[in-house]
Structure formats: C-alpha cells, structure tokens
Design a protein around this ligand. Structure first.
Ligand code: NAI
Ligand code: 15L
Length: 276
C-alpha cells in the first residue's frame, strides 16, 4: 500500500481547501503540503496568514457564485470542507451547503477541475439504528437538514461525474476529532492520521468515478463497510480502543438517549426550528 512515506506520485500544482479556518481545515493545512506545490486556503472566517509562497489565502462566501468561480480558477483539485458543520435551520444551511456545493461543481466544470474530495458526513445515514451494518449502497436516511445537505452534495457529485466526467470521492466522515468524545464515537471515530491517509488515497487513486467511502478508523464493532471503496486502498491504522476506558468512565446516558440509539446520535433530535 502507498503511504505518505512511500509515496510515488508527483504532487499537484495547486490544491484548494475550503473550510480552511475550521477545525479539520486547520489540522489539514500542514498535512496537505506534501501533496501540492501550492495550497490555496479559503474560508469566510479568519485564516492564519500564509507562511510562505506555498500557501494562498482567499476569503470567499460559498453562497456567492461569482466569488466561488474566482476561487476555483487555476486549481487542479478541490478538497471541499467548507460549510455549516452541525444541525441548523434549513435557511442557515441553504446558502453555505446546498448552494455552496453547486457553486463548487459549477466552477469546477467551468475551469476544467477534474477531481473533488467532498467532506460528506455520517449524518446522511444518521437515522439508522446503531449496530446496523451499512455500506455505500445502503439507502440514505438523513437525520437533519445538515445531513440532507450532505446527501444533496453526494447527488451533485454523482451528477457531475455522469454529465461532465468530474470525479469525486465523497467521504462520509464519522467523528474526526483528536479523541472520541463519547460512547457513540468509539464506533464513529476517525483519527487525524487516518483522515490524512484517506485524503491521499482520494486525491491520487485513478478512476474513482463517484466513490462513496466511510471515513472511520479501525474501530471495534464499527457499523460501516467500505467494500465498494476497496479500490481506494484505504487501510486505517488507528482504533478507538485505546480511549475506551476513559470514555466508558463517563456517566451512562439514559437508554432512550439518541446518542445510544441512532448512528447520527443527537442530530436526530435537533429542531424543529423557527416556530417562535
Ligand atoms: P468547522 O465548522 O470547524 O469548519 C467549517 C468551516 O466552514 C468553518 O471554518 C466555517 O467558517 C466555514 N464556512 C461556513 N459557512 C461558510 C460559507 N458560507 N462560506 C465559506 N466558508 C464557510 O467543521 P469541521 O469539523 O472542520 O468539518 C469540516 C467539514 O467536514 C465540514 O464540511 C463538515 O460538515 C465535515 N464533517 C466533519 C466531521 C467531523 O467529525 N469533524 C464529521 C463529518 C463531516
Ligand atoms: C459531523 O458531521 C459534524 O460535522 C461533526 O461536528 C460531528 O458532529 C460529527 O458529524 C459526528 O457525527 O460526530
């Protein structure tokens, strides 16, 4: 298997990372450097200044079609991590996530970008009960407006491949944090090293078409089966087991707590919004 240390592929000339001011964006900034000559970092929020000529900072609202078109000009591939990352009202999610993903693909088409990595989410299948094994062909059961926006993003990726040949790897990220924070995350955790490996595979594997892959470490009793993404060669090296005792020392949630019942955890119980 190719790893960061045995990499044979030449780096990209210019990669775009949206959501660069976010938690994953800040973490990925350094880790993406070996994959590209120039990393274009974009967000609507403050981004730490460019370190040198290998970084470019672009402020851009994903809801602004013209601004996204300018953002994408000159890049070879896009890692689309920007947008609202938790459950909010539909109106809050519409511009950044739903219009935003359309703007990204339209700009990719106009500027000849052939590869997108889409930060999708486990919340596209969040209403499945915990313990049920799922793969990329399982019917989606979004658990929130947020999950719906990611589901729409995956369909957008599928359409732009079928219609325009733009390839995408949609990564249904589980819970990518320094450590798993609760019992549910013992199943859904994705370490930062495993996410980095998955991004490398997603960027450099040929002929991915539109591939859906679950972004999850090698956790015990995980719910997600990546058989339909085997061509990526993703081979997670980390597991949540080392955190089990500290997580299980937390008070046990009630048996009917969504955190214990649904793959999407608390997202299934958010809302409704706008009734007052
Ligand atoms: P985050 O909320 O820390 O970062 C998202 C970034 O998007 C923020 O910096 C925010 O300013 C930016 N953004 C929001 N609206 C925008 C707009 N209209 N225009 C431009 N930028 C905008 O989230 P995090 O954790 O870094 O996640 C990154 C991506 O990965 C998100 O798309 C999220 O949905 C996805 N993801 C993350 C998971 C995780 O466990 N961290 C799990 C599943 C998916
Ligand atoms: C997500 O999609 C969110 O962006 C992240 O903040 C976590 O809530 C994660 O899912 C999760 O399900 O743990």
């Amino acid at each position: 298997m190719t790893t960061s240390t045995t990499r044979a592929h030449p780096p990209f000339n210019r990669l775009l990372l949206t959501g660069a001011a976010g938690e994953l964006g800040k973490m990925l900034r350094k880790r993406l450097k070996p994959f590209t000559r120039v990393l274009r970092l974009s967000d609507i929020a403050d981004i730490a200044p460019a370190l040198d000529e290998s970084e470019e900072i672009y402020y851009c609202d994903l809801a602004d079609k013209k601004a996204v078109d300018e953002l994408v000009q000159g890049v070879d591939a896009i890692l689309h991590f920007g947008g609202v990352s938790t459950e909010r009202s539909f109106e809050d999610i519409l511009g950044a996530n739903i219009c935003g993903v359309f703007h990204i693909y339209e700009a990719a088409r106009r500027h000849g970008v052939k590869r997108v990595i889409f930060a999708s989410s486990n919340h596209v299948i969040g209403f499945y009960p915990q313990g049920q094994r799922l793969d990329a062909h399982s019917v989606r059961r979004p658990d929130s407006y947020y999950g719906l926006s990611k589901s729409y993003g995956e369909d957008m990726a599928s359409f732009y491949f079928d219609r325009y040949g733009i390839e995408t790897v949609s990564i249904r990220i589980g819970s990518s944090f320094v450590e798993p924070q609760n019992r549910r995350m013992l199943c859904t955790w994705l370490s930062y090293n495993d996410l980095t490996q998955l991004l490398e595979r997603a960027l450099f594997t040929a002929d991915v078409g539109h591939t859906v892959v679950y972004g999850v470490s090698d956790n015990q009793n995980a719910w997600w089966d990546n058989r339909y993404a085997a061509h990526l060669g993703f081979n997670p090296q980390d597991t949540s087991e080392g955190f089990r005792s500290q997580v299980e020392a937390q008070p046990m949630p009630a048996a009917d707590d969504p955190l214990m019942l649904f793959q999407g955890g608390a997202f299934v119980a958010a809302g409704p919004f706008g009734d007052d």
